[in-house]
Write a protein that binds this ligand. Structure first.
Ligand code: SF4
Ligand code: SF4
Length: 350
């Protein structure tokens, strides 16, 4: 198992170093336009937050996996976990927000010792779409997680899970040896309680992200390929596939630099820039809360430690009205959200 950038004490574990790389070189000398200048060409700068629709809460960076391209730099060695006190502050906001979607992420959110309590409390509020981003293997990682499918079902959780490919080789290469087989077993467990079945209200969606320095293909045709292969090979069903572009931050940035693909990848992202995708990038209707309660425009900005541009900085001083209309904090990593059909936690946006 590889180690997180933090554990390896890599220079890239420092978000400032990542931001320097994203601002220097090809962007500093004008070979490529900065994201700010690019969106200004079509009158889309500054990027403004609209009405909040999705509240995304990161309950900790601890994970049972150490995927090669993880933008969180998550792993078993990460100890940042949301406290019960911060969860209580989040619950106050969940009760009062007009957002229709609550999205719990990590790391592996299930590894937070207060995860189940938090889900039970948050579910009482009755938010329309309650998402948990589960990496699948956690369900099989330890006996205490084996009942997660039943637990998710009890609270009508919408499960969203990464599955980079329908073949063992490509999945294990990105997510670690043995991840494919364990993910298949976990998907079968989810299917067996009703998740992902046609017409079932128990939503099971999968997330695809490319295994190298290239952009995802067409989301709809990939969904068909995934559905066909998983049904034929394993009798597994799911609802939708979200195709996500890897953003050049954290472990994917480390991979791009180590494989000498960084500049080519940035050229590819800029060439695929789609102004129509800018309108719907997820930061315009989403707010991200970190494990220690700070507010960010998105999970990527959270990992780059780019705090929100607003009067309220922490969940304890949350004010939805003050956050609406704020200027979104951007940098060159944002090109990952606007390439081709665009990319967000919910897949393509344009
Ligand atoms: S499962 Fe998710 S959070 Fe965990 S290392 Fe992989 S990509 Fe990161
Ligand atoms: S990286 Fe975050 S801030 Fe930048 S465009 Fe994407 S969602 Fe918005």
């Amino acid at each position: 198992m590889i180690k997180s950038l933090h554990k390896r004490e890599s220079a890239l574990a420092n978000s400032k170093r990542q931001l320097e790389i994203l601002s220097n070189g090809i962007f500093q000398y004008g070979d490529l336009p900065t994201f700010k200048n690019k969106i200004a060409e079509t009158g889309q700068f500054p990027l403004k937050a609209k009405k909040l629709e999705i509240l995304q809460i990161n309950v900790g960076y601890m994970c049972n996996q150490v995927c090669a391209h993880c933008h969180v730099d998550a792993g078993p060695d990460r100890k940042e976990i949301m406290s019960k006190e911060t969860m209580e502050q989040c619950l106050e906001v969940i009760k009062n927000t007009e957002a229709h979607t609550l999205d719990l992420t990590g790391g592996a959110p299930e590894m937070n010792p207060n995860f189940r309590w938090f889900v039970e409390e948050a579910a009482k509020v009755g938010i329309k779409d309650f998402i948990v981003r589960s990496n699948l293997t956690i369900i099989k990682a330890n006996k205490k997680y084996h009942d997660l499918p039943e637990f998710f079902k009890k609270y009508n959780i919408h499960v969203v899970s990464s599955m980079p490919h329908w073949t063992r080789g490509k999945t294990d290469k990105q997510r670690g040896e043995g991840v494919f087989n364990t993910s298949i077993e976990a998907l079968k467990m989810l299917n067996s309680v009703g998740y992902g079945m046609p017409n079932s209200p128990l939503r099971l969606d999968l997330v695809y992200n490319p295994s190298g320095a290239f952009l995802p293909g067409n989301q709809a045709s990939m969904e068909m390929d995934f559905k066909k292969a998983l049904k034929e090979d394993f009798d597994i069903q799911f609802h939708n596939l979200f195709a996500i572009t890897n953003l050049p931050i954290s472990r994917f940035l480390d991979y791009l630099i180590a494989s000498e693909n960084y500049e080519d990848y940035m050229y590819e992202l800029v060439e695929a820039y789609n102004p129509a995708a800018v309108e719907n990038v997820m930061c315009t209707n989403t707010l991200s809360v970190s494990w220690d309660g700070y507010l960010y425009d998105c999970d990527f900005n959270q990992m780059l430690e780019l705090p929100i541009n607003g009067k309220t900085k922490h969940i304890s001083e949350y004010n939805e009205t003050l956050l609406e209309g704020r200027d979104i904090v951007i940098s060159q990593h944002c090109y990952g959200c606007t390439a081709g059909a665009g990319s967000s936690c919910q897949g393509t946006v344009a």
